[in-house]
Design a binder for this molecule. Structure first.
Ligand code: FAD
Ligand code: SF4
Length: 414
């Protein structure tokens, strides 16, 4: 057991753990970060590999063999599958089908996330007051604004201000350009429905920022970014925490239990993945950032916080699916190789039930993400995925359809 008592232990180094470590160390606290995955370096990034560099064009059957659940996520590919847990080694019971996408690496899902970044709106936070269902959030939009600003300034979000109440604007770097087809769609949607189509708001730099370079449109980003143009915690928040000299980083350290003394959290028990030894680390405060489900599991395994029946309930996952695609003959042109890949799409903000309480028995709303690109055969081809809640999380069937329509790989801008 480490005899040192840290001011805080942060479990997990992903999107949230990185921020916790940065803020606490910069405030002067001595922090131990306990991360189940291995360290990551830019040398292992594979975003510039071509599919032809892999024997199975990046879709080796081995990936699905070891990772039948993770492999269903579009981001888990031959070049980066080791960042995702092995489903064989980490099985779980599914009473109802549920794909638990888990990354175990320094940086967690921030290494392969979709980077779409939107503020919640006052309407999102006050659903109950609007339509009577569920509960309002215990925080107001005004209370969140300073934190949104802090994160946006640091992370660098590119996007376009639209002045909509249901999609608050933030502090943006210049938005990425729309394609010709997208501009035609944007104008037609505004003219015929009065609705907005905007460029996706994304945590990808369009201008250099904090020592990170602007995006050079190479994609696929989920395999890493050698220029650090999209936000991922190992090269931003965690690196900042390390610079303070007050962070002790423990990688390959799988947290198992929070142990208590006199009813208070006192130490964290973890397993060293390499040596298989059980170890402990002591602190005054414990911050669980191991992802929603894993942090909940840790609390349950520790037998704490379970006396009010809320633990393990009301968890939220991304709900998405439903979509459409088509062609735009008016932008047909000669076949061409096209310019590089824009790692971002277009966005149709929620327009349903903004003023109304409900529409034909349907409450709340949905949003659309998509793109219109020129396929190699020269036709403008586009599609939209509708999502309710979180962000784009596409399944295998959708992925095949998108590859076929040129959405993900072969399609290019006009
Ligand atoms: C393919 C994909 C696309 C996405 N796209 C978007 C998007 O476009 N926009 C958006 O807002 N969100 C998106 N998300 C979701 C977003 O990535 C997550 O909401 C976010 O990363 C959650 O942060 P977190 O810190 O809770 O978890 P993570 O970032 O997953 O970090 C958890 C960390 O905890 C570690 N850990 C887990 N268990 C243990 C343990 N027992 N002991 C020690 N360490 C442990 C993990 O190794 C990991 O490093 C996407 C997710 C995926 C998978
Ligand atoms: S497309 Fe941009 S953000 Fe994505 S990997 Fe390439 S440079 Fe990085």
């Amino acid at each position: 057991m480490q005899t040192d008592v840290f001011d805080a232990v942060v479990v997990g180094s992903g999107a949230t753990g990185g921020w916790a470590a940065k803020r606490l160390t910069e405030a002067g606290l001595r922090v131990a970060m306990v991360e189940a995955g291995a360290k990551v370096s830019a040398k292992e990034f594979t975003e510039h590999n071509r599919p032809a560099d892999y024997p199975f064009l990046g879709m080796s059957p081995k990936v699905m063999e070891d990772r039948p659940i993770q492999g269903q996520c579009y981001a888990c590919r031959e070049g980066n599958h080791k960042w995702f847990v092995s489903d064989k080694e980490n099985p779980y019971v599914q009473d109802k089908p549920f794909n638990w996408i888990r990354m175990r690496v320094l940086g967690g899902r921030s290494l392969s996330w979709g980077r779409q970044s939107y503020r919640m709106s006052p309407l999102d936070l006050t659903g109950k007051s609007h339509d009577g269902y569920g509960d309002d959030w215990p925080v107001t939009y005004e209370e969140l604004v300073p934190y949104y600003e802090l994160v946006e300034k640091y992370v660098g979000i590119s996007g376009t201000a639209e002045g909509l109440s249901n999609l608050p604007d933030g502090i943006f770097q210049p938005g990425m350009e729309m394609t010709c087809g997208e501009t035609i769609l944007k104008d037609a949607v505004k003219k015929n429905f009065g609705r907005t189509v905007t460029i996706g708001r994304t945590a990808i730099l369009t201008k250099p920022h904090n020592g990170r370079q602007a995006c050079h449109y190479c994609g696929p980003c989920e395999q890493g970014c050698s220029t650090f143009s999209y936000f991922s915690s190992p090269f931003t928040t965690v690196a900042d925490a390390q610079k303070t000299g007050r962070l002790t980083l423990l990688t390959d350290a799988v947290a198992a239990k929070v142990l208590t003394k006199n009813g208070k959290a006192d130490r964290l028990m973890y397993i060293d993945r390499e040596s298989r030894q059980v170890r402990e680390v002591r602190a005054k405060v414990f911050v669980l950032c191991a992802s929603t489900l894993e942090s909940t599991r840790l609390l349950m395994n520790s037998g704490i916080c379970g006396d009010n029946d809320a633990l393990g309930r009301n968890l939220m996952d991304h709900i998405y699916q439903g979509g459409a695609s088509g062609t735009m003959p008016q932008i047909e042109a000669k076949p061409w190789a096209g310019p590089p890949r824009r790692p971002n799409g277009i966005y149709i903000p929620r327009f349903r039930n903004i003023k109304e309480r409900e529409t034909k028995g349907f409450i709340r709303g949905y949003r659309g993400l998509g793109r219109i690109i020129k396929t190699r055969c020269g036709r403008g081809n586009g599609g939209l995925v509708l999502t309710y809640g979180g962000s784009v999380w596409r399944g295998r069937r959708t992925r095949c359809r998108l590859i076929r329509t040129g959405w993900m790989r072969g399609g290019y801008r006009c």
